[in-house]
Design a binder for this molecule. Structure first.
Ligand SMILES: [Zn+2]
Ligand SMILES: [Zn+2]
Length: 123
């Protein structure tokens, strides 16, 4: 009795393990969405032509220009220290300044560093 139940359990476990997981459908690159007003974004993609901000890389929906990655920081004008989000500084209640800096165009890919292509292969 017990043995057969154990066997069933093992079989079930094996079956479950073998089932190929439904792959998460590779998300088609959704069109970037316009950010109407910055709140707490730390990075946006800005259209170099019309200055619209988007939440993802891609092309500007207005003028089809390639969006440029831009770092956004919120700086309190009183003490020049960064705050978490746009709007009032939690320390002194002044409106934080939005400071944009062009981001390096190296995509931030955590972990995986692409292996150098074409290893030197003697003469
Ligand atoms: Zn544009
Ligand atoms: Zn402040």
């Amino acid at each position: 009795m017990k043995r057969s139940i154990a066997c069933l359990l093992v079989a079930a476990a094996l079956l479950a393990g073998c089932q190929s997981r439904p792959k998460a459908t590779a998300a088609a690159p959704a069109a970037p969405t316009v950010i109407a007003e910055l709140t707490d974004q730390n990075v946006v993609w800005e259209c170099p032509k019309c200055g619209m901000d988007y939440d993802a890389p891609g092309k500007c929906s207005m003028c089809d220009a390639d969006l440029e990655k831009t770092n956004v920081a919120y700086i309190c004008p009183a003490d020049n220290a960064p705050v978490d989000r746009a709007g009032k500084c939690p320390r002194c209640n002044m409106n934080a300044r939005v400071v944009r800096t062009a981001a390096a165009d190296v995509p931030a890919s955590p972990g995986t560093a692409a292996p150098a292509s074409g290893a030197a292969n003697g003469s």
